[in-house]
Design a protein around this ligand. Sequence first.
Ligand SMILES: [Zn+2]
Length: 338
Amino acid sequence: MRATIIHAPGDIRLEDVPDPVIAHPTDAIIRLSATCVCGSDLWNYRGVNEITKPFAIGHEYAGVIEEVGSEVTSLRPGQFVVGSFIASDNTCDICRAGYQSGCEHMRPVRGAQAEYLRVPLADGTLVATPEPPDPDLVPDLLAASDVLGTGWFGATAAEVGPGKTVAVVGDGAVGLLAILAAKELGAERIIAMSRHESRTALARAFGATDVVAERGPDGVAAIKELTGGLGAHSVIEAVGTDESMTQAIDSTRAGGHVGFLGVAHGVEISGDKLFRRLVHLHGGPAPVRRFLPHLIELILDRKINPGKVFDLTLPLSEVAQGYAAMDSRQAVKTLLEP
Ligand SMILES: [Zn+2]
């Protein structure tokens, strides 16, 4: 099969590799209907993460089961499934508490920018649709695999709810879908912190009521001004830098909640700030599996349209162009068709 291999920063190649096979009796092999490039893949592409040897990249996936291992009981070939970037048993104490991304038996899912993918712990990880979805829903279902589920976790971690004012730091796909999540969870006011016109338009389409273009202390001042000097009840951080985390914490009112999602790179929050700001902080790798059944239902009922974050669709053979377009911010998110 063909799979995407990253060799070095900026060096993305589609290569012929052996087809994945069942390695453990709890595995499933799926044929990808669609996959995509993640903002976190760009940390590798840009050389922020060190690449010691070439590896198969990609962790967002939706597709059809080809084969299951002998211990897989709840799934069968032919079913359309969505799963998360972390495989989980969905039965341990941590999973049952809704934190599948911290599962006792967690396994990373990697190599999804390909034609086929092996998914470990298939029974716990994959969620099947009742029947094969209409083709136009595939991008929405793919979005649920990571960016929608992650945005939803951010909104949940930030305790978004009716009557609340929510601010979202970051206008990548996760930030944009955190806006969608905040709207679905009943937020009264949603402030998108974004300075790019096309992204601002999408933010409004997903439910943003206000847009703040300023960053850093100016951005915090703008949020304060919109909230009677107090700050937002709920702030969702979707970047992962020291500046964005500081902006999120400082935009939150005393007693409020920050849900942080961006993979942290160089974040250094002082103990003094943690102590004095009097806010709740919760975040990390999103337990997407917790939300998948609900998100899939909303998508199949056509109540949400998260696939709108894909503003570039390319055949898998053009995966390198897909990375380049996101790296230069010409595209919010690239969908790849195997
Ligand atoms: Zn578990």
